[in-house]
Ligand binder design. Structure first.
Ligand code: ADP
Length: 502
């Protein structure tokens, strides 16, 4: 079959048909013409398809033009129809136009001249509308394939059109269900709502906005939103068009990646920390042990009994210290390797339990420990108790006068910041970071008991929860230890690094 447009010419009058065919062939040399005089043949030809236009006389031996129009509509719905009919059929033509007739040419000398132009116009218009509907279908297939939600919204944000992909992203039954809902109200964050509303009010575009939206079932999903104003001639803002892409998977992958990177960074820092501990902190008692052992061996029987006893006592105390340090290192490494899955934790109960565990020290110091309303968050409950116990324990230990300890929390959309404030001895600025390192102490064990592992463990616990810890302090007035726990950090198991045998 050639690619030339094919015309189906319908007329039961053979002479009229031949004349019309002659004219069309002469004026439109690029077309192919098929002539039909019989109703049965017409249906037969139409069902084969491929016609660019049907030109029909109104009065036929076996029916009329409206019947032809009906047959074309049922067998070749996209094919335009042109009436070529005797004068006086105006009312019929009006009815034909209502049923989708493309053009009407009155038979007669002027009509014969006009026919080729009318047919050409019908062919061109049809080709244009077919290519634009093909483009539209392609666009729809593409947006669907890319899961790209597209929409049109009125100037106030109410949705006026949406595609299937948008309905899928928002878990709506169909795009129709979304009609009339306000796009801005779908955003779960009020700040972003205000930002989008302000841009829309000024007729400005919004691009690349990442926001959480609430789905029909109440779940949250992350999307990237873009919308732009459509201004018609006359500078009148009519509507917004836009696109919405589901980036939940993206964000999850991003978060997992950054969690893994953080875990990797932590395990690297751990290795360095452990190497440092082994080469410095553990060396010190080890050297003392060796010294006392050498003294004992060297002095042997000649050493006065009293010196021997003292050396032995020192040796035992050094081994005890070393043992304690090794236990501390183990406790530190277990924060990750023995961590429990996160569950919804009531922080009021956590603090109550920590305070209960410290009852003896609280009673002994006469401390007043108070706490405000604390939230519930996903966390490792046992580690949270240990964290508060270490911080409150330090506030009791490094006291100046009767300890006043206050625990409080500040909630933000993404995280919660907890604080433990005391009126103790305080810490000078230059030590505020160092104190979180393993075995970093500012006092001797004689001044204040301890090994210097408590805050290092606190830091590790907080980091396992995706947060950070810091201290603010003033010497002689007191200290406040703060840490954050993110709300979206949902690690379900132990550490991010593989478990190791201890
Ligand atoms: P430890 O309590 O065994 O010394 P930590 O790691 O808990 O070990 O604390 C490290 C150091 O930080 C302490 O030795 C102390 O100097 C300082 N520190 C911790 N908490 C406080 C506090 N609430 N007030 C003053 N100093 C503190």
């Amino acid at each position: 079959m050639s690619n030339r447009p094919r015309i189906l010419l319908v007329d039961s009058n053979t002479d009229d048909r031949a004349l019309a065919a002659l004219l069309l062939r002469r004026e439109l040399p690029d077309v192919e013409i098929e002539e039909v005089g019989d109703g049965m043949v017409l249906a037969d030809r139409l069902s084969l398809g491929g016609f660019a236009v049907v030109v029909t006389e109104y009065r036929l031996d076996w029916g009329d033009g409206l019947q032809v129009l009906e047959t074309v509509r049922s067998l070749a719905p996209d094919c335009p129809v042109v009436f070529f009919a005797s004068a006086g059929s105006e009312t019929i033509v009006a009815q034909g136009l209502r049923q989708g007739l493309s053009a009407y040419v009155v038979k007669g000398s002027a009509g014969y001249l006009e026919l080729p132009t009318a047919v050409r116009r019908a062919i061109d218009r049809n080709a244009e509308s077919r290519s634009s509907s093909e483009r539209l279908a392609l666009f729809q297939r593409l947006t669907d394939e890319l899961s790209l939600g597209t929409f049109t919204a009125l100037a106030d944000g109410r949705l006026a059109a949406a595609n299937e992909a948008l309905a899928r992203i928002l878990e709506a039954k169909s795009p129709e269900v979304l009609m009339g809902r306000n796009l801005v109200e779908l955003l779960s964050d009020e700040t972003l709502q205000a930002q989008v509303l302000a841009a829309m009010a000024r007729g400005r575009a919004v691009r690349g906005l990442e926001a959480g939206v609430r789905r029909a079932n109440g779940d949250m999903t992350w999307v990237r939103l873009a919308l732009w104003p459509v201004v018609e001639p006359g500078n009148e803002l009519v509507r917004f068009e836009g696109a919405l892409q589901d980036i939940t998977g993206h964000r999850k992958a991003e978060r997992e990646l950054s969690e893994r990177a953080a875990a990797l960074g932590r395990s690297n820092a751990d290795l360095q920390q452990f190497a440092y501990v082994i080469s410095h902190d553990l060396q010190e008692p080890l050297q003392l042990i060796a010294r006392y052992a050498r003294l004992l061996a060297g002095n042997g029987s000649v050493a006065p009994m009293v010196d021997g006893k003292r050396y032995l006592a020192n040796l035992v105390s050094c081994t005890d210290r070393m043992q304690a340090m090794i236990n501390d290192v183990l406790a530190y490494s277990r924060v990750d390797t023995r961590g429990l899955p996160f569950t919804q934790v009531e922080f009021m109960e956590v603090v109550q339990q920590a305070v209960g565990n410290l009852k003896a020290a609280i009673d002994e110091s006469g401390a007043a420990v108070s706490w405000d309303r604390l939230p519930a968050l996903a966390a490792d409950a046992a580690q949270m108790v240990q964290l508060f116990q270490n911080l409150i324990g330090n506030a009791l230990k490094f006291r100046r006068e009767t300890p006043q300890i206050r625990v409080y929390a500040v909630e933000e959309p993404e995280r919660c910041t907890f604080a433990v404030a005391d009126n103790g001895i305080g810490i000078s600025q230059e030590h505020l970071e160092r104190i979180f390192g393993m075995f970093h102490r500012l006092h001797t064990a004689a001044e204040y008991p301890g090994t210097g592992i408590g805050l290092a463990i606190c830091k590790r616990i907080v980091e396992r929860h995706g947060g950070r810890i810091w201290a603010v302090s003033e010497v002689g007035r007191g200290s406040t230890f703060c840490f954050t726990i993110p709300k979206s950090f949902t690690r379900a198991s132990g550490g991010g690094v593989p478990e190791t045998k201890e």
